[in-house]
Design a protein around this ligand. Sequence first.
Ligand code: MLC
Ligand code: AMP
Length: 506
Amino acid sequence: MTHTTMLDAFHTQVSERPDAVLFDLPDGRRISYAQTREIVQRVASTLREAGVVRGDRVAVQVEKSPEAIALYLAVLQRGAVFLPLNTAYTGAELDYFIDDARPRVLVCDPSAATDHAHRAQGDQLVVETLGTTGDGSLLEGSDRDADAEPVDASDPAAILYTSGTTGRSKGAVLTHANLTSNAQALVEEWRFTGEDRLIHALPIFHVHGLFVAVNMTLMTGATLLYLPRFDADRVIDLLPRASVLMGVPTFYTRLLEHPELTAERCAHMRLFVSGSAPLLARDHEAFAERTGHAILERYGMTETGMNASNPYVGQRKPGTVGPPLPGVEIKVADGETGAELPVGEVGSVEVRGPNVFSGYWQMPEKTASEFREDGFFITGDLGSLDEQGYLSISGRTKDLVISGGLNVYPKEIEILLDEHPQVLESAVIGVPHPDFGETLVAVVVPASGEQPEEGAVREFLSGRLAKFKQPRAVRVVDALPRNVMGKVQKAELRTRYADLFVGTDG
Ligand code: MLC
Ligand code: AMP
C-alpha cells in the first residue's frame, strides 16, 4: 500500500493491529500501536497550542524514549517539519541550528530547560520539554488532537543537519515521499513484516535509527525491542527473542568481543544489518563463523536515505554494499564531467531516485552544486560497480571522518583549533581505531614562540564541540606536509599516524 506520509502508514497499522506492541521496553513495559497514537494526539495538541502550523520546524534535542517517537509523528500530524538534534551537541552548536532553521518550537530534556530558557521568544520560539519517564511540558495537556493537517508528498517532513566540508552545517530537507518510498523499498527488500522484532539500540536523531529502523517498523506494524543506547550485554540478552538487528559496524565489533555471542543465541534471528560506515570484511567473516549469519551491509546517507543493499536472498559480498535498491539509480562517474565510467573503475558515486532529498535548507547554490543537470546527486563517496552491479565504496572525495557511525568534518575542528592563540595552523585527520573504525587526530603547528600542550588544546575544544568530534590525540609538529600547490597532504599525515590506536582499546 502506498502512503503519503509516515503518519498515514502508522495510522494504517493502528487500525489494523491496535493492540500489537510497538515498544517493548527493558523495564518490562509494553506500549501498543493504539497507546502510541494516544501519546501522538496529546503531543500534537500541545504543539498546536504552541502555534505550530504546516511547514514550521520543530527542533528536538531529547533522550531516546517512546514519547520521542510519538513527538516525531505528532510533528508530522501538524504538517510540520521534524528537526532532530544529536544529544551530544553543545549549546554553541545548537545556537547555529536554531539560528539557521528558525524553529517554532525547541523541545529539550527537562534538565536542560533552564539552559535553553533564553531562547524563548514569545510565540516565535517556544521551549517545551520532554523527559524519559513520561515527564515534560509536552505531555502535560489533557487535550487530544485527532486530525492531521493535510500535506503533499513533496512537502518537507524533516530536516537533518550534516556538517559540511566548509565547516558550516547544512540542513538536508527530506520530503514525505523521500521517507515513505525509502521505507517501502527496504521493507520489500529485507522482507520486513509485522512479525518482526527489531532490536533498536541506535540513536533516533539520525537516518539509520529513525528513517530506517523506526520507519520500517511503523510501516509494517512490527515491534521495537527498544534500548536507550547500545549495550552489548543487553543486545546479547535480547537476541533469542528478536528477529532483526540494525547497527553500525562498531556494534558488530563489540558483539564479536562478547564471549556469549554464539550461533545458538542467534538461532531465531533472521537478519543482521550493518551500515553508516564500512564494515571490515574481516568482521563480516568472523561474524559468519561465530553465528552462521552473513551480515547484510547496505549504504546510505542523510541526503538520500538508503541507496544500495546486499540482497536478502542471494549473495552478500563482504566489502561491498550490494546493488541499488529498487527504484534507485546509482552511477559511478568521472568526478569532473559526470560521464559514466566502465565497470570496475573507481569514480564519483552518484544517485538518483525518489529517496534523494529536495535540497539543503536555504542553500540553493550549495544544492545546485551537488546535483548534475540530469538529477543525479553527487554523494562525495568514491566507489566502483562490479559485473553483477554490486557497489563497493572505496573512499571519499569529501574530507570526512566516520567515528562509530557518526560523521565528523575535520574542517569544523580545524577552524576552532586555528582560533587557539598558541596554534598557527592545524590539520585534523581520521586514523584507524579498533572500536570506532576511525578516530580523530589533530596535528597542530605552534604559533611563533609557542609550545601548545596536548591537554590544553583538548581542554580548549571541550565545551565547544560535541564529545564525539573531539580529537583523541593531538600531535604538535613544526610544519604540515604540503604539496607543490601548498595543499596540506592529509594522506601523508594519515600514514604517519596510522598506528596510533592499533592494538589499543582507545
Ligand atoms: C560516543 N563517544 C564517541 C562516539 N560515541 N566518540 C567517538 N565516536 C563515537 N561514535 C564518546 C563518548 O562520549 C565517551 O566519551 C566515549 O566516546 C566512549 O563512549 P562509549 O560508552 O564507548 O560510547 P557509546 O555510548 O557506547 O557509543 C558508541 C556507539 C554510538 C558506537 C554505540 O556512538 C552509536 O550508537 N553510534 C551510532 C551512530 C549512528 O546512528 N550513526 C548513523 C548515522 S546515519 P567519554 O569521554 O565521556 O568516555 C548515516 C546514514 C547511514 O550515517 O547510512 O546510516
Ligand atoms: P551521513 O552523512 O551521516 O548520512 O553519512 C553518510 C556517509 O556514510 C556516506 O556518504 C558514506 O561515506 C558513509 N557510509 C554509509 N554507509 C556506508 C557503508 N556501508 N560503507 C561505507 N560507507 C558508508
